[in-house]
Design a binder for this molecule. Structure first.
Ligand code: DLL
Length: 433
């Protein structure tokens, strides 16, 4: 049995990977300069031409691409192909402003399937598995990306989509589903519904889950593994780079391997925009070097992480990135203190009486910000009475004060008051003007 999906690439010596990256980078830079007016104008302004890219380090001479560039060129302005060569368009949900679009040629689709097959193989999925795909199956890249990967690998796919949670559980039982794909928060929604129905999914055929599309803490991973009785693996990606398939977790569960033959990763200081040395935390910048329909140059992803070049226990040589605990956009500044939702999640999940259903509310009173956390207790805890709930509230409050330094009003709310997620969970309500 093979060890990796794509043995040659996944265990390629670093020097060979770099040679490959330089070849593809040169091709991509030439392609966008020739075919995308936005890039031609921008490169000219920067005084950089495709011939100037002679080494991988030269990438830093190229300008960044940012989210507003995509919005301003909505919907197809950054495509580098004639319309008839585009066979698929996906788009992000676009909670603010216009959505982000991504196009695919036939080759892009084939490559997406390959990258996702690498992800799934590394997660332990094999052709004999029955994979229930509980990501949203529409414009969002999650559903179709996982479908492409599972089909490429040769596993059986049940495209259940997200939602209709009770039916998900029936399908798991009736079809003997062995692998589930969903966001981490939706996995918890499924686990909870099962326990309400008196079904213990730990006893089911499920053995692996491949989760992504939103930040999750290590505590959340353990919670999912515990409640579903599975191995919780990870996938990372974004619409702008073609969706999931940018990076994937392996058996070591210590970060994600970046598909370096398709993406060049850099880390920059989000404020000065200067590249940071290997190992330092900063903003991820990605260049897609094999995409045809919409390659992006030095795209500022807004996710915060760090990169590590190390020999991984799984044997892959691909660069590793730390799990993305936060987006720079998600950072809250509360009375001058920087706060990421994941910090609150980690604190909450260390308290055994509390469930992973929470929301962070920030408001303003006078000149001061107010931080409030609404969280549910585990179901059986409510029966212990109000005094017990007050004690838990006080415990959380003091942990937040002790670790983050902020005073928060913590409220244990009744069971099921927090909205359950079917896709990406909404963890923050910022009511400040
Ligand atoms: O969420 C693509 C995807 C689908 C990835 C399914 C994995 C699984 P977008 O909707 O464009 O695309 O959102 C991209 O989601 O910049 C991160 O902030 C976040 N994100 C994605 N995967 C992870 C992950 C898809 N594993 C944005 N951990 C990214 C943390 C993630 N955050």
């Amino acid at each position: 049995m093979k060890k990796y999906w794509d043995e040659k690439t996944e265990s390629m010596p670093e020097a060979d990977l770099r040679t490959l990256q330089l070849k593809y980078l040169k091709q991509t830079v030439a392609r966008v300069y020739e075919k995308v007016p936005f890039y031609r104008i921008k490169f000219d302004e920067y005084g950089v031409a495709p011939e100037d890219i002679q080494s991988l380090e030269d990438i830093s001479r190229l300008p960044f691409t940012i989210k507003s560039d995509l919005r301003e060129n909505y919907p197809f302005g950054l495509f580098s192909i004639p319309k008839q060569d585009c066979i698929r368009i996906h788009a992000s949900s676009g909670t603010t402003g216009k959505p982000i679009t991504g196009g695919y040629t036939r080759n892009d689709m084939l490559q997406w399937g390959e990258l996702m097959a690498r992800t799934l193989w590394a997660a332990g999925v094999r052709p004999s598995d029955i994979c229930q795909n509980a990501y949203n199956m529409g414009l969002f890249t999650g559903g179709m990306g996982f479908l492409a990967g599972a089909e490429t690998l040769g596993a059986t796919v049940v495209p259940s989509g997200s939602g209709q949670t009770e039916r998900q559980i029936i399908l798991i039982k009736d079809f003997g589903t062995t692998v589930i794909f969903s966001t981490p928060s939706y996995a918890l929604t499924i686990a909870e519904k099962a326990s309400e129905l008196g079904i213990n999914l730990r006893d089911s055929s499920l053995r692996v889950g491949v989760f992504g599309a939103e930040p999750w803490s290590e505590e959340m991973r353990r919670e999912i593994e515990e409640r579903l009785g599975i191995k919780a693996m990870e996938s990372y990606g974004l619409t702008e780079m073609g969706g999931p398939g940018v990076a994937f977790g392996c058996s070591e569960k210590s970060g994600l391997h970046i598909n370096e033959d398709h993406y060049i990763a850099e880390i920059i200081d989000p404020v000065t925009e200067e590249p940071l040395p290997m190992g330092e935390e900063g903003e991820l910048v990605l260049t897609s070097i094999q995409r045809e329909a919409m390659p992006l140059i030095r795209y500022r992803v807004r996710d915060l992480t760090r990169l590590r070049r190390e020999s991984c226990g799984c044997g892959r040589t691909l660069l590793k990135m730390e799990r993305v605990a936060a987006r720079s956009d998600d950072m809250l500044i509360v009375n001058g203190v920087n706060l990421f939702p994941s910090q609150i999640e980690s604190i909450l999940l260390e308290i055994p009486e509390v469930s992973p259903q929470y929301v962070i509310i920030v408001s303003k009173k006078g000149y001061l910000d107010r931080l409030a956390i609404d969280v549910e207790a585990r179901r059986e805890i409510y029966a212990l009475g109000d005094a017990k709930l007050k004690e838990i509230e006080a415990k959380i409050q003091s942990r937040i004060k002790g670790t983050i330094g902020l005073s928060a009003r913590v409220r244990i709310v009744p069971y099921k008051v927090i909205e359950r997620s079917e896709g990406k969970a909404k963890r923050v309500i910022d009511q400040r003007p």
